[in-house]
Design a protein around this ligand. Sequence first.
Ligand code: SF4
Length: 217
Amino acid sequence: MMSEQKRNYQKEMERLLASNPSPVPTLLLHSCCAPCSSYVLEYLSQYFEITVLYYNPNIYPEEEYFKRVKEQSRLIETKNQEGTGYPIHFREGTFEPREFYEAVRGLEQIPEGGERCFACFRLRLSCAAQAARKGNFSYFTTTLTISPMKNAQKLNEIGEELAEKYGVHWLPSDFKKKNGYKRSVELSAQYGLYRQDYCGCVFSKREREAQKAERKL
Ligand code: SF4
């Protein structure tokens, strides 16, 4: 077990990247949306052959889900045309919202950033860990640590726990470090990506709408 002191997941990732063996390792990257993945793809496609897994049954409503998937696949196509890194592959997961509602049952009213989100992370990362295991990937990770709204420590703890459970390697990350979040905003503007103003689920949508209404008042 690591000591209680705060870990620097960005530094841990840098150490791993520096020791990358050849041939090119493969990475199963769970992505929440195109804007968040923009910086991660720019950064990690220098080191890995990446497969983006878009598994996000939390997204509400359905039209929003399809909008986000489309943007994700458009970004990957553009990145591959640019050819500035190793090829990036795309895989869409299933979209069964009931999987999300079952995972967060009883936690619906907890505000964004709390236990409901931890259950949501676990659901999505479990799928990624299993896909990484099945596809024999060198590592798996998620774009979610880029968001200042997401608890990177919790995400890494869940990732490590699932890595152990499924016998795969977790790539630690804290993508918001080193101006990662700022770069994702710049890249989103550069590629003209659709940027949503709420995390994804119906509860986060309501929270955002309430905040907007409050500000108006
Ligand atoms: S706010 Fe975001 S992370 Fe939290 S439960 Fe909703 S979709 Fe999942």
